[in-house]
Write a protein that binds this ligand. Structure first.
Ligand SMILES: NC(=O)c1ccc[n+]([C@@H]2O[C@H](COP(=O)([O-])OP(=O)(O)OC[C@H]3O[C@@H](n4cnc5c(N)ncnc54)[C@H](O)[C@@H]3O)[C@@H](O)[C@H]2O)c1
Length: 327
């Protein structure tokens, strides 16, 4: 399809880790993209490639200030694909700021979703989370395990659950419930950053690694390029591998690998692969953190044939290389 016939896309949270990779992929496929993010343009370092692309428009904006879609459409015409990633993303921060978390992760999602429904958007993709399952011990976690009765360990988990339920109950839109995403551009600077990026930065610097808890906690880690591919399939931008048909999905789907490794194993692998001799230390567990997490990926797989393809060790090496160069 020639690029001028591509429908425009909105990516909220475009300056972040996942949003910037998704933006780059959409632009590479010839889709015009309006990227919305609260970060000022000069702090949106992940978008250095996108800023040089005439198909890209940046809108510095807080998503809690409504009419986001109307403002984005004013820049780029009719927007048909909406990828909604902007959020309060840190569990611990959400415990300290429950109202801001609910306003950003749920109320703003509801408003954007309403705008999208009224505009007749073709696809609405919400970034859900494994945190929606609380500390449910039934592994692997199936989509139907998260219910109104689930005890969410944090406002983050609760707000994501409410927004995913909105996709399900309205019959419009799709929530992809991501497990632990890792890869280049994940910000290691915050105390609550993704554990992979944090460990790698510490190890590359020759510092010791600190595990909160005993290290036995497990996570289902999925590499960022697999996440981008899951978005493109769920939006109906690329055909589902199993059917060859490109069509937007609705409902809730786990996105992970279906496998898990412990935080201790992760720390040991990072120390071994960076070769700087860091020690692994242990500290008090953090409030709101869940212990075990692993996705049942059968729903998304049976609908689309999607499977994560980047092995954990390869993703880790790519991330270590990127972070070593970025230092
Ligand atoms: N990274 C993971 O492991 C993971 C796992 C499950 C779900 N998710 C979800 O995926 C999405 C993307 O996560 P990420 O890891 O790329 O996070 P990130 O922090 O790198 O990106 C989020 C972006 O949203 C922006 N943002 C935050 N509040 C905003 C607001 N009020 N208005 C406009 N922009 C705002 C931030 O500036 C940031 O650029 C989030 O919704 C997150 O909850 C991530």
């Amino acid at each position: 399809m020639p690029s001028q016939t591509r429908h425009a896309c909105l990516v909220t949270g475009c300056a972040g880790f996942v949003g910037s990779h998704l933006t780059d992929s959409l632009l590479a496929m010839g889709y015009p993209v309006v990227g919305v993010d609260i970060r000022p343009r000069n702090e949106a370092h992940n978008l250095s490639g996108a800023f040089g692309n005439p198909l890209f428009h940046y809108l510095e904006r807080d998503i809690t200030h409504h009419e986001v879609l109307a403002s984005a459409s004013a820049l780029c015409g009719d927007i048909r694909y909406i990828f909604h990633l902007a959020a309060v993303v840190m569990v611990a921060f959400s415990m300290e700021h429950p109202e801001l978390t609910m306003a950003t992760n749920y109320t703003a999602t509801k408003a954007l979703h309403e705008e999208a429904v009224q505009a007749g958007a073709k696809a609405f993709l919400f970034a859900g989370s494994a945190a929606e399952y609380g500390d449910d011990p039934r592994l692997p976690l199936k989509e139907e395990y998260a219910t109104d009765a689930t005890i969410h360990n944090s406002p983050y988990g609760r707000s994501k659950y409410l927004s995913s339920s909105l996709m399900q109950n309205s019959g419009v839109g799709c929530s992809l419930r991501f497990f632990n995403i890792f890869g280049p551009r994940q910000d290691p600077s915050s105390p609550y950053s993704g554990v992979v990026s944090k460990f790698i930065t510490q190890a590359v610097d020759g510092k010791d690694l600190t595990i909160f808890g005993d290290g036995g906690q497990t996570r289902d880690f999925i590499y960022v390029s697999d996440v981008v591919q899951s978005y493109l399939i769920a939006a109906g931008i690329v055909p589902a591998p199993s059917t060859g048909v490109a069509a937007p999905l609705s409902g809730i789907y786990n996105v992970g690998t279906g496998n898990s490794i412990s935080v201790r194993e992760l720390a040991d692998q990072v120390v071994a692969n960076t070769g700087k001799g860091s020690n692994v230390l242990f500290a008090t567990p953090r409030a709101g953190d869940i212990y075990h997490s692993r996705a049942d990926v059968s729903r998304f797989n049976s609908c689309t044939g999607f499977q994560a393809v980047v092995p954990f060790a390869e993703g880790l090496d790519r991330t270590i290389s990127w972070m070593s160069e970025a230092q």
